[in-house]
Design a protein around this ligand. Structure first.
Ligand SMILES: NC(=O)c1ccc[n+]([C@@H]2O[C@H](COP(=O)([O-])OP(=O)(O)OC[C@H]3O[C@@H](n4cnc5c(N)ncnc54)[C@H](OP(=O)(O)O)[C@@H]3O)[C@@H](O)[C@H]2O)c1
Length: 317
């Protein structure tokens, strides 16, 4: 369906996920890639996005641009998480429809599923119960993106696909302690505590919630797979299908970073959803599976972190 010179626009190509998709496409020999930073093209600006489509006519659009962050950032900036994400995705999706793009891949997140949904999370649980309140703004924006792609598939028969990744980690992650996700935040805390004479590390919550983590290069591989194959449905979970407790994750990161001090669990801080594990059988049936084990992925990320410590990303709001 696509050849190596097909024009592919990766929105958010400088972000953790977008950069991994860009690397994966280059590795596979795709030569006609388009990337624009938010300074060159603010995706919240509809006239600018329309002008972009008119000028470039991409055949494929991969939407890895979004306002992302952890519990604290979601709590403090609900309006930005809701509105900026809707503006970005609406402009991209609507532009792709009107310029007759052959494929659109929308990236959401596992937080679209109800807080108390049965585990593992199946795609069919969408909109069957209330969301986790700490990130409902972000989740609502993402749900509206999934539904926009589904409506286009239903009404126009176009191959618009929504991939819902579990928690991602890897090179180019956000390591800011106020706005980052749990894995990079822990990595930085343990690293800095080790540098600081193995000082104790304080972590949020009880350590009992269970989470699943996918290396961003595996996610990129899933995106390329979805791009190269026609999908019969709109919504697919992407993960490893395996989880562990936050305490087990902390112990793994402590081992990888070489920290030998104490871990203090601050139970006054929120835990979030008790368990979040994806059912990945639909994606497995479509023909795709994750390849990177968690310890291997954490070691790879830590090597990248140490090698890039002077320029690690700290996303501020
Ligand atoms: N990280 C995770 O654990 C995770 C998990 C599940 C799903 N996802 C999804 O994966 C996607 C990418 O996440 P990420 O972790 O790669 O985020 P990220 O590192 O923060 O990158 C986000 C990208 O979006 C771009 N962007 C943000 N606002 C923009 C705007 N107004 N105009 C143009 N570009 C804009 C940024 O561009 P500039 O750098 O040029 O400003 C950046 O490249 C998101 O849809 C997210 O929901 C991520």
């Amino acid at each position: 369906m696509l050849d190596r010179s097909s024009k592919i626009y990766v929105a958010g190509h400088k972000g953790m996920v977008g950069a991994a998709i860009w690397r994966a496409l280059e590795r596979k020999g795709y030569t006609n890639l388009i990337g624009k930073s938010s300074k060159d093209l603010d995706l919240r600006d509809q006239p600018a996005v329309r002008a972009f489509y008119k000028e470039y006519h991409p055949e494929v659009v991969i939407d890895a641009a979004a306002r992302v962050g952890g519990i604290l950032a979601n709590n403090n900036y609900p309006y930005q998480f809701l509105m900026e994400n809707m503006l970005i995705q609406n402009n991209l999706i609507d532009g792709a429809l009107h310029h007759d793009c052959r494929k659109f891949i929308f990236l959401g997140s596992s937080c679209i599923y109800p807080k108390l949904a049965s585990q593992p999370l199946k795609e069919e649980y969408l909109l069957t119960g209330p969301l986790e309140p700490t990130n409902e703004w972000y989740a609502l924006a993402k749900i509206s993106g999934v539904k926009a792609c589904e409506a286009i598939r239903k009404q126009y028969g176009k191959d618009f696909v929504s991939l819902m990744p579990t928690n991602l980690y890897g090179p180019y992650d956000n390591f800011d302690l106020e706005t980052s996700h749990v894995l990079p935040a822990m990595m930085r805390k343990f690293h800095e505590a080790r540098e600081n004479g193995h000082a104790p590390v304080t972590l949020w919550g009880s350590g009992t919630p269970k989470r699943e983590f996918l290396h961003v290069d595996d996610m990129a591989d899933a995106v390329v797979f979805a791009m190269e194959n026609r999908f019969e449905d709109n919504l697919y979970n992407v993960g490893t299908g395996q989880d562990l407790t936050i305490r087990e994750l902390a112990e793994l990161i402590q081992k990888v970073t070489g920290h030998q001090g104490d871990i203090i669990w601050d139970s006054g801080k929120p835990d979030g959803t008790p368990r979040k594990l994806m059912d990945v059988s639909k994606m497995t049936e479509a023909g795709w599976k994750a390849k990177t084990g968690l310890e291997e992925g954490v070691r790879d990320t830590y090597r990248w972190f140490v090698g890039n410590i002077s320029q690690i990303k700290e996303v501020k709001f």
